[in-house]
Ligand binder design. Structure first.
Ligand SMILES: [Zn+2]
Length: 470
């Protein structure tokens, strides 16, 4: 892709319109700017801008009116594009080529696209358009067909790390390989994000940068901490968990990012199916839901802590469930109410997070509703009472149903049967479909009607709903 562009520049065969598509932060706009310099450079080197000639320097210093960058998202209307069309016709003021860079071009309105299309159909020789978009499918075909389209892909972490290392060397930063790799992973394929992170880390840490500095700076925890967290949750060690969360908060870690990282770790484990897979899936789901809740919560730390404690509790309940069932024979499975929603925080578990042995005693003292919710005991008398009230409710609704709907319907039906039985030739009738006619003849189930225009219509007797007087 880069080679194609370079060749075009060095051969002087640049297209008048390019479309760079791809996800955000992977260098579309940067490439557009380089291209703008390359086509204006006085001494391009193998298709690349020299960055030292007068034109390159003018552009780099932002001193030219001939490179116009437009944000498609905030200048979507036709007025902006009309103005652009007028300006395009003027020759460049200090460069060779006028370059219009329109970012997020898919945001333009239809009218704006139409206006743009007219310019693209007859582009002045001194102008060039570079469009960038994250959603190429939203750009009209008519526009696409006039552009050379380049698809930008995510850059793999190794390539980003390598580039970061080079940049660091040129900036004389002392950065470890672990640190650049960590940044590269976090950048998720986006070179721009990676460079921004490098810059942040450098200004945060000074000249010596290690993986730990990067973790601190980005509010991230080490993989070892993720492992420890998971182990604690799976063991059900509440005291250690609370201490671990305290430490995360004290060290300024981003709890939401932490959760994502833990889920990613679980995801990696799930690729290898094991006996623990079911529990790990439940755990991932629970953690993701805590994360979603945290987003809405005012006190994220408390939401995080309570959510994880509750999740831990529900995992413990589920684990002990099969054993108890084996011991208790055919009895109602314990904690069945919890099984569907392992993530729901149970107030009982939160009240005594650090004192697991006391918990069972506490549960006995819980109100009836609480006991029933956890399925610990089924209370027979309230259940019997609800059966009776259910039956009564049925009876009342049944009566209402009969008197309001069925009985009138039956009455109507009887009246209809009488009407149809009493039909005779010459009667004026109306059908269910609203047809009005005179009975001509009557069969067993059918009747022939003479309609107003004289036409005869054979139809089911049952569809006659009304008799009219002459
Ligand atoms: Zn140059």
């Amino acid at each position: 892709m880069v080679r194609t562009l370079k060749n075009a520049v060095s051969a002087g065969q640049v297209a008048h319109a390019y479309l760079f598509s791809g996800e955000r932060g992977i260098g579309k706009t940067s490439a557009a700017r380089i291209l703008a310099r390359a086509v204006n450079c006085l001494k391009p080197q193998a298709g690349e801008p020299c960055n030292v000639c007068e034109n390159c320097l003018t552009i780099l210093a932002n001193r030219t009116l001939d490179i116009i960058e437009i944000d498609g998202a905030s200048n979507r209307g036709i007025d902006h594009i009309r103005q652009l069309r007028e300006e395009v016709s003027f020759v460049p003021s200090d460069l060779r080529m006028k370059v219009y860079i329109i970012d997020e071009v898919h945001m333009l309105t239809n009218e704006a696209f139409n206006a743009l299309l007219k310019t693209l159909e007859e582009p002045p020789s001194h102008s060039m358009f570079v469009f960038a978009t994250t959603e190429a499918h939203k750009v009209p075909r008519t526009i696409l067909s006039r552009c050379q389209v380049f698809d930008f892909r995510r850059i793999d972490a190794a390539a980003i790390a390598l580039h970061l290392q080079k940049v660091a060397e040129s900036l004389e930063l002392d950065i470890t390989r672990d640190a650049t790799q960590l940044i590269a992973q976090r950048a998720n394929g986006g070179m721009r994000d990676a460079l921004v992170m490098l810059e942040q880390v450098a200004s945060y840490a000074g000249e010596q940068i290690s993986a730990d500095t990067v973790l601190d700076m980005l509010g991230l925890a080490d993989t070892a901490v993720h492992e420890a967290f998971l182990e604690t949750v799976q063991q059900g060690d509440q005291a250690t968990l609370v201490a671990l969360i305290d430490e995360l908060v004290d060290r300024g870690k981003d709890l939401e990012v932490f959760l994502s990282d833990v889920v990613n770790l679980l995801r990696a484990r799930l690729r290898i199916p094991s006996a623990h897979s079911r529990e790990e899936i439940r755990l991932s789901q629970g953690l993701l839901e805590i994360k979603a809740d945290m987003f809405r919560s005012l006190d994220r730390r408390i939401r995080f802590e309570i959510g994880v404690l509750a999740l831990m509790e529900s995992l413990q309940t589920q684990r002990s469930e099969p054993k108890e069932r084996a011991a208790g024979g055919r009895s109602e499975p314990k904690g069945s109410a919890d099984r569907g929603k392992p993530q729901s925080p149970t107030p009982s578990s939160v009240q005594s997070p650090t004192a697991p042995p006391v918990r069972r005693k506490v549960r006995v003292a819980l109100p009836v509703s609480e006991r029933r919710r956890s399925g610990a005991e089924s209370a027979p008398s309230p259940m019997g009472g609800s059966w009776i009230s259910m039956l009564m409710l049925f009876a009342v609704f049944g009566a209402i149903f009969y008197f309001m709907l069925i009985r009138p319907q039956r009455k109507r039906q009887t009246k209809m049967n009488e009407l149809i039985a009493g039909l005779k030739r010459g009667d004026l009738v109306v059908t269910a479909g609203g047809i009005y006619g005179e009975v001509d003849s009557i069969g067993d189930n059918t009747a022939v009607l003479i309609l107003e225009d004289g036409a005869k219509l054979k139809m089911a007797k049952a569809s006659i709903v009304q008799k009219r007087e002459k």
